[in-house]
Design a protein around this ligand. Structure first.
Ligand SMILES: Nc1ncnc2c1ncn2[C@@H]1O[C@H](COP(=O)(O)OP(=O)(O)OP(=O)(O)O)[C@@H](O)[C@H]1O
Ligand SMILES: [Mg+2]
Length: 241
């Protein structure tokens, strides 16, 4: 009789996928920073070099070396690609995601949590295309105990896999009607409510809506600052979708 092969055991709790949406200067990156602050290991697609990190790579070769040297260590690693040109940057992003897949899988089998941040997916995906290793991360890697944070100003111009699979959708003020509609269609939150969100630079007050895909409900909240530190205040009161 032919023996069945045993599946490779994976004993880690699944991670969450966060989709962060909003126009420029609306509070997305600050939200991402708050989320990863509490996470031990993080790999960041940091195109604009905004994140604090223990290590930073500027080429995929450097990134490969950093990932190999830091396996298991509780460090945040940022990658800032210097490549110009949409097509070339998208290929580079796919290379980043390929290393991301290996990073989350190796740690997942070793029962170590990981996380990844993707800044501005509209630069490296479109409504009709997402690089294959990015899709693999979004659709097949949460089971390795990895939290994923996908950020975009322009949902209408971005791949929708992230918002489609998201456990949590964070919606900040959006400027363009097409992006507001795109977020409303993807989440089920009333368009009127999404359009009412305010990003008030003068008073440093940034409204948001949090959509919880498991609860199938949303609540409102606002980001303010106290002593230069961001404060997120959820208004409470989940509204079913
Ligand atoms: N210490 C602070 N006090 C007051 N406002 C602040 C402070 N730090 C940041 N802000 C404001 O918070 C807002 C949100 O910033 P954030 O970087 O999260 O925007 P974003 O949505 O990521 O924008 P972009 O898409 O351009 O990257 C900005 O308007 C910024 O001016
Ligand atoms: Mg930002």
């Amino acid at each position: 009789m032919v023996q069945k092969t045993k599946p490779r055991p994976l004993k880690i709790k699944s991670g969450k996928l966060y989709s962060l949406n909003g126009r420029s200067r609306a509070g997305k990156t600050i939200k991402a920073m708050q989320l990863i602050n509490a996470l031990p290991r993080c790999l960041i697609w940091d195109v604009d070099e905004q994140y604090e990190a223990h290590y930073r790579a500027y080429t995929l070769k450097e990134l490969t070396a950093l990932l190999a040297r830091n396996f298991g260590r509780e460090v945040h690693i940022a990658y800032t690609s210097k490549i110009k040109g949409r097509k070339e940057l998208t290929e580079d992003f796919n290379g980043f995601c390929r290393r991301g897949v290996a990073y989350v899988q190796r740690h997942g089998y070793a029962e170590m949590k990981t996380s990844l941040v993707f800044e501005e997916t509209a630069r490296v995906t479109s409504s009709g295309y997402a690089p294959p290793f990015y899709v693999e991360l979004l659709s097949g890697c949460l089971k390795y105990g990895c939290d994923l944070i996908a950020i975009t100003q322009r949902l209408a111009e971005s791949d929708k896999t992230s918002i489609g699979n998201a456990s949590i959708v964070h919606v900040c003020a959006l400027r363009l009607p097409i992006d507001r509609k795109s977020v409303a269609d993807a989440t089920g939150v009333p368009l009127k409510l999404i359009s009412s969100l305010v990003a008030d630079q003068d008073n440093s007050r940034f409204e948001y809506i949090t959509v919880d895909g498991n609860k199938n409900a949303y609540q409102r909240g606002q980001l303010t600052f106290k002593n230069d530190k961001p404060v997120f205040t959820d208004n409470g009161g989940w509204v079913p979708i």
